[in-house]
Design a binder for this molecule. Structure first.
Ligand SMILES: Cc1cc2nc3c(=O)[nH]c(=O)nc-3n(C[C@H](O)[C@H](O)[C@H](O)COP(=O)(O)OP(=O)(O)OC[C@H]3O[C@@H](n4cnc5c(N)ncnc54)[C@H](O)[C@@H]3O)c2cc1C
Length: 320
C-alpha cells in the first residue's frame, strides 16, 4: 500500500498513517472500497470525521480493478483512463488524505447495539472487531453464475479475463441478452474469433448494441448448456462466456437480520439519505440496485451518506 503511494511520488506522513492504521474507534465503518465506499470515506474524512474504510481485496477500487477498458461516462479527465488506472488513482488519493484503509479485511458479521455497531472481520492476522456509531455497506455486486462454474473454457462476467484472452479462431457462445452480453460479443468478434453466437432467453440490451449484431448470430428462446462438453443446444464451442447480470455481495451476517431487501436481494434505502430501515446503517452504490448503477451514481451515493452521517455526528436535526 505504502509502496504504491510512492509510485505517485507522494510523501505521506508515515507516522500518522501508522497511527491511523492502529486506531480501532471510528465515527463510521465503511465496508467496501469501490467508488461508493471510497468516496464516502473521503468525504467523511474531509468533513473532519474519522472513517475506517475496509475491503476484502488487496487493493482499493472495487469493480474498477477488473476493468481494463476506458471508463465510459467520465467527464474528467479528457483523455481515456482505464478502470484499473482509476482504481490506482483512487487508492493513492485515499492515502494522501490519510483515510484509514484496511485491505484484506473481510466483514463477516454486523451486530447492532444500542449505541452503534460492531463489525467482525477476517484479516490476515486473524479475526478482529471494529466499533462505530455508523456503518455503511458498499459491497457492490458480483457476476451471476447461473449454476455454471468458471474454468478455462467457461468464462463468467465481463472484465480483464475477457480482455486479455486470445480469441483468434475460436468458436464462442455468449450466454445472456443484456448490454454486457452484446458488448462482449462485439469485442470478441473484433478479436477475430471464428464463430460467435449469442444465446438468450429474452433480450434487454440497448438498441445501440442490438443493431450492430446480425440476427443470424442470435438464438432467442430456451436453450440447454452442457458445461462438461462445452456445448450449447448440442453445438460444440471452444469457449462459453456467461453474461447473466449481477448479484449483490451480501455474504456477511447482519445479526437479527431485519434489513429490508428488494426481490433481487439488493438493499432498500431511503433515497434522500441512503439509510436502510436500521437506524445508523447506510447502504450505497450497486448493492442498493440503482436504476443505472455506474461509477458516477456509486460515488454520488457515497457523498449523500457521508453528509447524512456528518449531520448525525454533529447533532444537527435537519438531515440532508
Ligand atoms: C468490466 C467492467 C466495466 C465497467 N465499465 C464502466 C464504465 O465504463 N463506466 C461506469 O460508470 N461504470 C463501469 N463499470 C461499473 C462500475 O465499475 C461499478 O458501477 C462501480 O464499481 C460500483 O461501485 P460500488 O462501490 O458500488 O461497488 P464495487 O465497485 O463492486 O466495490 C465493492 C467492494 O466491496 C468489497 N467487498 C465485498 N464484500 C466485502 C466484505 N464482506 N468485506 C469487505 N469488503 C467487501 C469488494 O472487494 C469491492 O472492492 C464497469 C464494471 C465492469 C466490471
Amino acid at each position: 500500500m505504502i509502496t504504491h503511494v510512492g509510485q505517485y511520488g507522494l510523501q505521506p506522513d508515515f507516522q500518522n498513517v501508522f497511527h491511523i492504521m492502529q486506531q480501532t474507534l471510528f465515527d463510521a465503518i465503511v465496508i467496501g472500497s469501490g467508488p461508493a465506499g471510497a468516496q464516502c470515506a473521503l468525504w467523511l474524512k474531509q468533513l473532519g470525521h474519522t472513517p475506517c474504510l475496509l475491503d476484502s481485496a488487496a487493493q482499493a477500487g472495487g469493480l474498477l480493478r477488473n476493468n481494463p477498458y476506458p471508463v465510459n461516462g467520465l467527464l474528467m479527465p479528457s483523455h481515456p483512463i482505464s478502470g484499473e488506472q482509476l482504481a490506482h488513482e483512487m487508492q493513492a488519493c485515499l492515502m494522501v488524505n490519510q483515510v484509514a484503509l484496511r485491505l484484506n479485511h473481510r466483514a463477516t458479521r454486523i451486530r447492532c447495539h444500542h449505541s452503534g455497531f460492531t463489525v467482525d472481520l477476517d484479516t490476515p492476522d486473524g479475526a478482529t472487531t471494529l466499533s462505530a456509531p455508523y456503518v455503511v455497506i458498499a459491497t457492490g455486486v458480483s457476476p451471476r453464475h447461473g449454476g455454471l462454474s468458471g474454468n478455462p473454457h467457461i468464462l463468467i462476467g465481463p472484465g480483464e479475463h475477457i480482455y486479455r484472452h486470445t480469441w483468434h479462431n475460436l468458436r464462442v457462445a455468449v450466454l445472456g441478452g443484456g448490454d454486457n452480453a452484446f458488448e462482449n460479443l462485439l469485442f470478441i468478434q473484433r478479436q477475430h474469433a471464428d464463430v460467435v453466437k449469442l444465446f438468450a432467453r429474452s433480450l434487454s440490451a440497448r438498441q445501440q448494441f442490438q443493431q450492430q449484431v446480425a440476427p443470424a448470430m442470435c438464438q432467442i428462446g430456451p436453450y440447454t448448456v452442457d458445461a462438461d462438453r462445452c456445448q450449447v443446444n448440442n453445438e460444440q464451442f471452444d469457449r462459453i462466456v456467461v453474461m447473466y447480470g449481477w448479484e449483490p455481495n451480501l455474504t456477511f451476517i447482519i445479526e437479527g437480520d431485519t434489513l429490508h431487501r428488494a426481490a433481487d436481494g439488493t438493499i432498500v434505502t431511503d433515497p434522500l439519505h441512503c439509510e436502510t430501515n436500521i437506524s445508523g446503517l447506510f447502504a450505497i452504490g450497486e448493492i442498493t440496485g440503482r436504476m443505472h448503477p455506474c461509477y458516477a451514481t456509486a460515488m454520488a451515493d457515497g457523498v449523500v451518506a457521508a453528509k447524512a452521517i456528518q449531520y448525525r455526528l454533529e447533532n444537527k436535526t435537519n438531515v440532508g
